[in-house]
Design a binder for this molecule. Structure first.
Ligand code: GRF
Length: 197
């Protein structure tokens, strides 16, 4: 058996369904044996993030770094980095993490920091992606896994999934269709990154 060397740390703020998809893929596909990788910890910036309980029920260690307890983004990011670094991560995965990170934080984790965004980047960076895609008359939408850089949602694109926009779609119905694909796309992209490390 391969020694586990590649720790994955996942940052969440909400439901954590992408986090759970990655944890479940890691278990099912035995990333521990095949890649020497494991999800070491899930970190939330919000105490009410539902993903914290989900991670615990999957047997993953959790940590809370509550951004409301810090006077500045820099101080919050420094505390967050302290927690993250205690796990010596090979890969830091943002999965519905709803805080803008400082350029210093992003630079520090450059090359091992990835995000999933619910649009086909470079289209619709930022918020309300599904409604904006519907309003623009797009016939397809999707999700993008990308490297994180200081400019929001602009890092190198690693993987994308496409879904149709159907007549009568609302932001909610489209988001649900995209999320199904996110749960397939993100574990696959994370596995490929770990494989190539
Ligand atoms: C996903 O749609 C993801 O693309 C976006 O936020 C949502 C997070 O969902 N960044 P979950 O917390 O993984 O369920």
């Amino acid at each position: 058996m391969q020694k586990v060397e590649k720790n994955i740390v996942i940052l969440i703020s909400g439901d954590g369904s992408n986090m759970a998809a990655i944890v479940q893929a890691a278990k099912k596909e035995k990333w521990h044996d095949s890649l020497g990788a494991c999800v070491a910890c899930v970190v939330s910036n919000r105490p009410d993030a539902r993903g914290l309980a989900a991670a615990q029920s999957l047997g993953i260690a959790t940590q809370l770094v509550d951004h409301s307890q810090y006077p500045s983004r820099e101080k919050f990011d420094a505390a967050l980095a302290d927690v993250i670094d205690s796990y010596h991560p090979a890969l830091l995965v943002l999965a519905g993490f709803m805080r803008i990170l400082t350029p210093g934080f992003v630079a520090y984790y450059a090359g091992r920091l990835v995000n999933i965004h619910p649009s086909l980047l470079p289209a619709f960076a930022g918020l309300n992606t599904h409604q904006r895609a519907i309003d623009a008359g797009c016939t397809v939408a999707g999700a993008t896994v990308h490297q994180v850089t200081a400019e929001l949602d602009h890092g190198h694109i690693l993987a994308q999934a496409v879904v149709p926009i159907l007549p009568g779609d609302t932001a909610a119905t489209l988001a649900a269709r995209v999320l199904v694909q996110e749960h397939l796309l993100y574990p696959k992209a994370v596995r490929a990154l770990l494989y190539n490390q």
